[in-house]
Write a protein that binds this ligand. Structure first.
Ligand SMILES: [Zn+2]
Length: 473
């Protein structure tokens, strides 16, 4: 991964070009230029993870920063205030569309270049990794003439890619499609895209009010962040428009609750919601070096409990020349909820959360955990990736969630972090690294001390103990 540049011989202009093109070809999403005391460090983010890329001596640092500022249209004499810029160019046959940010830190200016990559957004809804069942639900919800469709997930989970893919499918000559975004990430021909500008008062809410006077069919709102926007979105959808937006929540149930917290009236929300697509991105197994391995006891129980399947073998990874660490690219894991009358009535009536949860997950919704584990079975990703991404306590299918989370603390994976001194469950030593492969995984797996009555147990709790216990309670 590390690159050496001969700064004595190669002009800084060429070094900067080479870094941008090379990072883009490697599939990086961001390039970081970190000012340190001794030198400037360059890192690139690939599949969500930062890697060291190169070091720049302090004697070159100033020229390199100046060069980036010039080509991204920044003021090179300003170094005390943050600046934003952009680069659009074709270099060495590679199309580059870059957003550049510069901020002053106590060590000097730090630059981050975001590499925008539309290849996924342009490839179509069918390539986004939806299961067959979820794909059908998505097609059904986007075929409605009005209502709200929400794509939810944390930052960097591919929400924009999903929204842009859907927009392109809806972009026909029969439809007036208008968006209000912050920022406009990708220009789509035939769609009217509005960039918000809060400095002059062009907010999501003000733009939306005007859009409604523009005879729209389909409205895309970059993100629902506040009550005002949420309310206008709901109003727009019940007056005959299809509204597409994103919201920063992690699953269907939390999304409904967030909107209710935003003081959207229950009956309006109930009649306007058409569908919720929640997603996370997992690293995809490299097809060149993935190999099958026997499932360990914990994995067997996980598949049995969550999917009701007996699984003896799953894919794992060793890493090869092609991929380095065993993964190449990423795959989306989804939870797709298509609203039915029963769920609408329940929301309208203000039903209790646990009752609503039962209704939602009885309507044929696969949770993120279920979809993720299915993708493990398909050899697309690993159990480690799925567990790392999906906090088990967020998995909403009833009391199982609690059992799974607590049961984790009693497997060999985390036995060093629990206070339990009893014999650990039988598990071969060499299987351990396959589960906890990196520190971030470890962090997710560290379970807080079990509650009091658990500590009085003189043997490790099994998954079944916990499921039984939590169902009885
Ligand atoms: Zn590989």
């Amino acid at each position: 991964m590390m690159r050496q540049f001969d700064f004595e011989k190669i002009p800084v202009v060429e070094v900067v070009n080479e870094i941008m093109v090379d990072a883009s070809k490697r599939g990086a999403s961001d390039i970081h230029f970190d000012p340190l005391d001794e030198h400037m460090k360059i890192r690139i983010r690939i599949d969500g993870i930062l890697h060291n890329y190169a070091e720049v001596p302090n004697s070159i640092k100033k020229n390199l920063i100046t060069r980036i500022k010039i080509i991204s249209g920044m003021n090179i004499t300003e170094s005390r205030l943050p600046q934003d810029g952009a680069i659009k160019a074709t270099l060495q046959g590679t199309n580059l569309d870059l957003r550049v940010s510069c901020i002053p830190t106590s060590n000097g200016e730090k630059i981050v270049i975001r590499i925008l990559d539309y290849t996924m957004s342009l490839a179509g809804v069918e390539t986004l990794g939806f299961s067959e069942d979820n794909y059908k639900k998505v097609l059904e919800m986007i075929s409605k003439p009005n209502g709200i469709i929400l794509v939810t997930g944390a930052t960097g989970t591919g929400k924009s890619t999903t929204v842009y893919s859907i927009l392109q499918r809806l972009n026909t000559e029969q439809a007036n499609v208008v968006t209000v975004e912050d920022p406009v990430e990708m220009n789509i021909e035939g769609i009217n895209q509005i960039q918000t500008n809060s400095e002059i008062g062009l907010t999501f809410a003000t733009a939306l009010r005007s859009i409604l006077r523009q005879d729209p069919n389909i409205i895309m709102i970059g993100e629902i962040r506040d009550t005002e926007t949420a309310k206008i979105a709901v109003r727009a959808s019940i007056t005959g428009h299809l509204v597409l937006s994103t919201i920063h929540t992690n699953n269907s149930l939390n999304t409904i609750e967030r909107l209710l917290d935003m003081e959207v009236e229950r009956y309006l929300l109930a009649s306007s919601l058409e569908g919720i697509i929640s997603q996370v991105l997992a690293r995809k197994l490299c097809p060149h070096c993935r190999t099958l391995k026997k499932t360990n006891e914990y994995e067997k129980e996980l598949f049995k409990t969550v999917l009701g399947k007996d699984v003896d073998e799953i894919y794992t990874t060793e890493g090869c020349e092609e991929c380095g660490n065993g993964y190449a690219g990423r795959i989306a894991i989804h939870e797709v909820l298509l609203f039915n009358q029963e769920i609408r009535d329940a929301i309208s009536a203000g039903i209790r959360r646990d009752k609503l949860r039962d209704l939602v997950y009885k309507s044929g919704v696969n949770t993120l955990l279920e979809d993720g584990l299915e993708k493990v079975l398909m050899g697309l990703t690993t159990v480690e990736e799925v567990i790392k991404l999906i906090e088990l306590e967020d998995d909403e299918k009833g009391s199982k969630a609690y059992g799974l989370k607590a049961a984790l603390s009693n497997t060999d994976l985390t036995k060093t972090t629990t206070k339990n001194n009893a014999e650990p469950k039988v598990q071969k030593k060499e299987e351990k690294p396959e589960i906890v492969t990196e520190s971030s995984t470890k962090d997710e797996l560290v379970i807080e001390t079990p509650n009091d009555n658990q500590q009085t147990e003189d043997r490790p709790l099994t998954l079944n103990d916990l499921i039984n216990r939590s169902t009885k309670n």
